[in-house]
Design a binder for this molecule. Sequence first.
Ligand code: A3D
Length: 320
Amino acid sequence: MARPKIALIGAGQIGGTLAHLAALKELGDVVLFDIAEGTPEGKALDIAESGPSEGFDAKMSGTQSYSDIAGADVCIVTAGVPRKPGMSRDDLLGINLKVMKSVGEGIRDHAPNAFVICITNPLDAMVWALREFSGLPHEKVCGMAGVLDSARFRHFLSEEFGVSMRDVTAFVLGGHGDTMVPLTRYSTVAGIPLPDLVKMGWTTQEKLDAIVQRTRDGGAEIVGLLKTGSAFYAPATSAIEMAEAYLKDQKRVLPCAAYVDGALGLKGMYVGVPTVIGAGGVEKVIDIQMTKDEQAMFDSSVAAVKGLVDACKGIDDSLT
Ligand code: A3D
């Protein structure tokens, strides 16, 4: 049986890391696409030359032509620009919206059966626009953010509790921005919810609140340290987890920016929610119950996402 084909649209920091991870995990043959001439070709060749040491046979190639992504099973989109220190994700909207148009049309024309994972910021609005421009079914287009935000939360919690990251589960809802909603009630250490751990004296409410805020600011913390560009190792790893769930029909329960129409009281919009990802793409949106406080935080995150989508409609007339 032929290896799956993975198209990476954008061969920058995240795109290159995605290609390397896909090769190491032998998820399939990889095509790197970028408008920057030489970059995708150079990265593909460099990664291919790590094959003999790592022992993978997946094919790596780079291109500036959308026809080379033909028949891709998965497309992961990082094309666009990342933020610089002092910028918010929302500042990227105008420039990255134009990029989503060309990428969406490229996927529509050459890889209409792919499962598409968008990473380009501002995430929730860009995945909505990418879906509109590509015309693919909603369940085949989603955005990576929740896996990364949860991973950051899990990392900080494991440091606080001095336990393995594997035994920490975390739950982050809402848009990928300052209004994201890390839900402590649904986050656990080996099944024990965080509020119970506060009662047991493992940590204090103040420390937990600080970790929640650090999670919300997780992207900005790395932008501030790197000074040029934004995080790329953990974002790439998170998207690969989603791609693997699709390619291997794992039915993973993963938070992602998915199209929600009915669940959580929402009507036809993309936002971060818990989902099941398998061979059908986003097979299910999990309709969780929230407390009044959680609902209020989620509502304000939803309102922020709606504001960005409206801004996209104001920029591009073809979006309605
Ligand atoms: P970077 O290293 O700049 O790579 C972006 C690549 O896109 C560059 O190689 C560009 O040449 C290429 N590009 C630009 N325009 C086009 C186009 N029209 N078609 C094809 N390629 C194009 O950035 P990066 O890899 O660090 O980040 C990529 C995106 O991911 C940015 O928008 C970031 O803000 C975003 N990001 C999102 C998260 C989430 O959790 C959602 C995390 C980190 C970064």
